[in-house]
Design a protein around this ligand. Structure first.
Ligand code: SF4
Length: 311
């Protein structure tokens, strides 16, 4: 499948079928923590990168194959809202199924009325906000020229006023960057203004393009939860894991996921083992096959081995 991947399971969205609408990597930001690597060339112009009917057809096929899904999630190799026509896709998916639709976005285009409008039918929208000051925002997300912090905030506030669904803001907590009391208090002030339904605290557990990206200490995570909880509900999600049990072609399914983000070796081992209960050799066999294709490699991050695609 070209656009649909997973299901991937996570505490936030349970069993979620992913839909990627973008050519890699198309983004308005160049975050220090991006698991897709550096943004080589910014994309800020919204386009229908691939024919919407083709994407819908894949979703239809995937819905027939995968049962027990909790969410259909639009998330991509970059900024999801760069896809012009996502509103049409959300509306069409809603005609096919009752499974709720989530959109993961950096939120940088929410200042545009047409973008906010396209999101109104989604059941949950998960935009990013990592800082409460312009300087820190720019240091972390390194936006394309013309995209300002003020605009980002105004977009989030305007969207909150117009949107009836669940607004879950994703905060990436970076050790030594935005985990000080001062940074967290600034963030709490703007979160209060936005008034999201919830904040999902996420951690840089995957390989990042910049050396300065580190996991925060447990003490800082607890502090972040304490400070942000003063203004909204904060969820510290457990890491997601993969479910390959319904994949018709295991290597293809693994490729679809690893090409979108690095996958921890432990997570992949567990996902493969779940497909072959009692067959202990199977995990090593599949990983050997992966290496034999020449398309994957293992890298280390924070002392943990991860699978990534060969560049
Ligand atoms: S917004 Fe997302 S895809 Fe874009 S650079 Fe940041 S982490 Fe990467």
């Amino acid at each position: 499948m070209k656009y649909v991947f997973g299901p991937v399971s996570s505490k936030r969205l349970g069993q979620s079928l992913g839909v990627d609408l973008l050519p890699p990597k198309s983004c308005t930001w160049n975050c220090v923590y991006c698991q897709l690597g550096k943004t080589r060339k910014f994309v800020t112009e919204r386009q229908e990168f691939f024919a919407r009917e083709e994407i819908l057809e894949e979703i239809r096929e995937a819905l027939e194959r995968h049962k027990g899904l909790d969410w259909i999630t639009f998330v991509g190799s970059g900024e999801t809202m760069l896809y012009k026509g996502i509103g049409w896709l959300i509306a069409e998916v809603k005609k096919l199924t009752d499974i709720p639709v989530a959109v993961i976005t950096n939120g940088s285009l929410l200042y545009l009325e047409e973008v906010r409008e396209e999101l109104l039918q989604a059941d949950a929208v998960l935009p990013s906000l990592n800082a409460g000051s312009e300087a820190l925002h720019n240091q972390i997300v390194r936006p394309a020229a013309g995209l300002t912090f003020r605009q980002h905030l105004e977009g989030l506030v305007a969207f909150r006023h117009e949107y009836q669904g669940r607004l879950w803001i994703e905060v990436m907590l970076l050790g030594g960057i935005n985990d000080s009391d001062e940074a967290l208090r600034d963030l709490a002030i703007v979160l209060k203004e936005i008034n999201p339904d919830m904040v999902h605290l996420v951690l840089p557990t995957r390989p990042a393009p910049e050396q300065e990206v580190h996991l925060p200490s447990d003490e800082r995570i607890e502090r972040a939860i304490a400070i942000l909880s003063e203004v909204t509900t904060v969820v510290n999600p457990l890491k997601g894991n993969m479910d390959l049990r319904n994949a018709p072609d295991m290597l293809e399914a693994i490729t679809a996921i690893v090409s979108r983000h690095p996958v921890q070796q432990r997570e992949l081992q567990k996902a493969i083992a779940d497909c072959f209960p009692g067959e202990n050799d199977k995990t090593a066999e599949v990983m050997k096959e992966m290496l034999a294709t020449g398309r994957f490699k293992l890298v280390e991050h924070n002392g943990e081995p991860y699978w990534v695609m060969q560049s």
